[in-house]
Design a protein around this ligand. Structure first.
Ligand code: SAH
Length: 285
């Protein structure tokens, strides 16, 4: 019989050694979505450096005496520079601490985990990565939206809604994305949603294409707005939906009419058993 310890020992690097950094994903919110490795790392760490968007309940898993340090923005103060966070990790590691760097979602998805890892390598600090459930997949799963579905898409495109300067990312070829990507999953896209939707429609997307905006996904205050591309920005603002939120563009959003398992668990009825109209068209042909 396998125990949890056996499972952890079967993979690489299950002991957090002094002087190491474990670059760890905390998942999108629900502490239950933490991986076994992340939970085990939290128990072993001397120091945990965590970001905004990491649920504080997760931090209760550390041992008494663990130094838990916040590396995000707080109380309107400017956030520490990425370089300063990397230096802090290096400093702890060089002091012989067992360091767990805890980031929201997956550390290598729009989370600057790659930058931190590069800095560690440059400083000669050994590290490992513990992937996490990313908001753009797990968060949509909690909303009853599969990011792929055979009748809809053979690809998924992950996009960030703003670039380093805080503007709509200029390095994204929006007309190409509009043409080639049936399902778009956008992080940090609330601020420029109007602009992004406009570019997609200009690029040929149907203004009536289904869109879901999912904020605080996987958490008790999760909100899901079902809308369309042309109305998404205005309705998000009207509904008072704020970041953190994932915006999903594509017909997979329709599946929520059948797959909203959270609503169903509360006794709400299934809205449609054929949200894509697939059966109907099969019957007709
Ligand atoms: N590394 C993270 C993403 C960090 S970027 C991951 O893999 O999920 C921060 C953005 O992630 C937010 O602006 C939002 O778009 C998204 N995000 C993170 N947590 C979220 C949540 N609980 N609900 C909705 N969106 C979330």
């Amino acid at each position: 019989m396998m125990t949890l310890d056996d499972i952890l020992a079967a993979g690489p690097l299950s002991t957090l050694e002094p002087g190491w950094v474990w670059l760890t994903g905390a998942g999108p919110g629900d502490p239950g979505l933490l991986t076994l490795r992340a939970a085990d790392g939290l128990r072993q760490a001397d120091v945990v450096v965590y970001d905004a968007l990491v649920d504080e309940r997760i931090l209760d898993l550390v041992q008494p005496g663990t130094l838990v340090e916040y590396a995000g923005k707080r109380g309107g103060k400017p956030s520490p520079k990425q370089r300063d966070i990397s230096l802090r990790l290096i400093e702890f590691a060089h002091a012989g601490k067992r360091v767990l760097r805890l980031k929201g979602g997956d550390p290598f998805v729009f989370g600057r985990g790659g930058e931190e890892a590069l800095a560690l390598v440059e400083a000669g600090v050994p590290f490992r990565v513990i992937p996490g459930v990313t908001a753009g997949i797990g968060g949509l799963g909690y909303a009853g939206i599969p990011v792929t579905h055979r009748d809809v898409n053979q690809s998924v495109t992950f996009l960030t809604g703003h670039d380093q300067s805080g503007l709509t990312p200029s390095a994204v070829d929006w007309p190409a994305v509009a043409k080639a990507c049936p399902v778009l999953v956008m992080y940090m896209a609330i601020k420029h949603l109007d602009d992004i939707a406009g570019r997609l429609i200009e690029g040929g997307r149907d203004p009536n294409e289904p869109v879901a905006v999912v904020s605080n996904a996987t958490l008790p205050d999760m909100r899901v707005l079902e809308t369309t591309l042309s109305r998404a920005a205005a309705e998000t603002a009207d509904a008072g939906i704020e970041p953190p939120a994932i915006v999903c563009v594509g017909r997979v959003v329709l599946l929520r009419q059948a797959l909203d398992w959270l609503a169903q668990s509360r006794g709400e009825p299934v809205r449609s058993l054929d949200p894509l109209g697939v059966r109907q068209s099969e019957e007709a042909s």
